[in-house]
Design a protein around this ligand. Structure first.
Ligand SMILES: Nc1ncnc2c1ncn2[C@@H]1O[C@H](COP(=O)(O)OP(=O)(O)OP(=O)(O)O)[C@@H](O)[C@H]1O
Ligand SMILES: [Mg+2]
Length: 248
């Protein structure tokens, strides 16, 4: 459904993406794992045009193009089909929870206000935040803020949602509630790409796990294959370190 091929990205002398190919099919939950600096965030940022790739191709269903030749209008269209949830919650602090979710529906998506209101209540309910609709982000815990950010991302019904370490800024006791919401979305068949250090989540929820190192995919497969029986030495080394840090 959404694919990049042969993606390259250099940041002032350091090659961050080295011809990486990455693909997510409809209904899949792909977990991307890999050590700090391996290029995971850069990959998501290039796919979502927050960062300009140096070369490569992008394919989104019927759309295919050189990723450096996508016009501004096409970028806008492609981005409308994606949802984003990043590490920081990026909610507007001067808007209520309700307004944070509804804003994009009315402005970017030009949705009728009544329809947008209804949709907003529905997604807040889905993430268990409807009783906080009138609160401001500053009055919420990190986990609650991230659930609102997820509600905002799913509200326009994007075809795929990209998550970049959605729980890594949270205290351990708050990660569970966010992962639960993501599990629920996964169960409903939402197409998701999740950069994560949560091996438990990857093992339980991901239909495919992709291990990245130095800007390429080193190994991919089911969680059983990649996490429990890694073939590549680099994957084994990574998991060994991750295991001591994150309690496999
Ligand atoms: N805007 C930037 N300018 C210069 N270098 C950058 C920029 N963004 C990322 N890099 C470099 O690119 C490399 C890959 O970074 P990236 O953030 O993609 O890694 P990551 O796999 O997401 O790591 P982490 O697990 O720590 O989030 C790093 O060496 C980083 O320093
Ligand atoms: Mg990152």
């Amino acid at each position: 459904m959404l694919e990049v091929q042969n993606l390259y990205k250099v940041f002032t002398g350091s090659e961050v993406l080295n011809g990486i190919g990455f693909k997510v099919e409809k209904g899949e939950v792909v977990a991307i794992i890999g050590q700090s600096g391996s290029g995971k965030t850069t990959l998501l940022r290039c796919i979502s045009f927050l960062e300009k790739a140096d070369s490569g191709r992008i394919i989104f269903d019927e759309y295919e193009n050189d990723i450096t030749k996508v016009s501004k209008k096409e970028i806008k269209n492609l981005r409308m089909r994606m949802g984003f949830v990043f590490q920081g919650f990026n909610l507007f602090s001067n808007m209520t929870v309700f307004e944070n979710v509804m804003e994009g529906l009315v402005t970017a998506r030009k949705m009728n206000k009544d329809v947008a209101r209804e949709k907003t209540m529905k997604v807040l309910d889905k993430v268990g935040m409807s009783s906080y609709a009138d609160r401001y982000p500053g009055e919420l815990s990190g986990g609650q803020q991230q659930r609102v950010a997820i509600a905002r991302a799913i509200a326009p019904d994007p075809e795929v949602i990209l998550f970049d370490e959605p729980t890594s800024a949270l205290d351990p006791e708050l990660t569970g509630e966010v992962l639960e919401v993501m599990k629920k979305l996964a169960k409903e068949g939402t197409t998701m790409v999740v950069v994560t250090h949560e091996m438990g989540f990857a093992r339980e929820v991901a239909s495919r796990v992709v291990f990245m190192d130095k800007g390429v995919v080193v190994e991919e497969g089911t969680a059983k294959e990649v996490i429990d029986n890694p073939k590549e030495e680099r994957t084994r080394q990574f998991l060994k370190k991750a295991g001591s840090k994150f309690e496999l």
